[in-house]
Design a protein around this ligand. Sequence first.
Ligand code: CA
Length: 181
Amino acid sequence: MGGMEPPLILIVEDEKDIARFIELELQAEGYRTEVAHDGITGLSKFREVSPNLVILDLMLPVMDGIEVAKRIRKTSNVPILILTAKDRVEDKVAGLDAGADDYLTKPFDLRELTARVKALIRSAKRERERNPTTNLPGSTAVEDHVNLLLKQKASVAVLYLDLDHFEAYADAYGFRKADDV
Ligand code: CA
């Protein structure tokens, strides 16, 4: 995601009114949007635009949402929010098994959709900011948190720990040993 550009959301939904409805709501919230009306087009659009989140209807023409989710998951861990018309447990389970992160049952409230979109994008951002070795929040996340505390004029102490000559150790013994340390 380049700089300050707002997140891009791909909406794959064959019911054009619903797709438009979602699109307008998300644009009003400041997101960029792309829309596809069937599974195959959704998949090719996904590859073309690399969205930050996919809203995916399960019952789609040409290729259903489950198959689309499975294919997206082969190459990407982008958050996927599925929409299901039927309030049936097996649909939700199949969607989640296929790699979706969350689901909404139609008819849904647009405010709830927006809230879930925000939450998924937030947790994807936190995940990206995690240090892959320690699984602890990375430097960007730490900086954001400290900035937030400063803004709140909270009374805090910051303890900064560092290992001397760690780079030289990693150079000499390799990354695997360094990760173990
Ligand atoms: Ca549908």
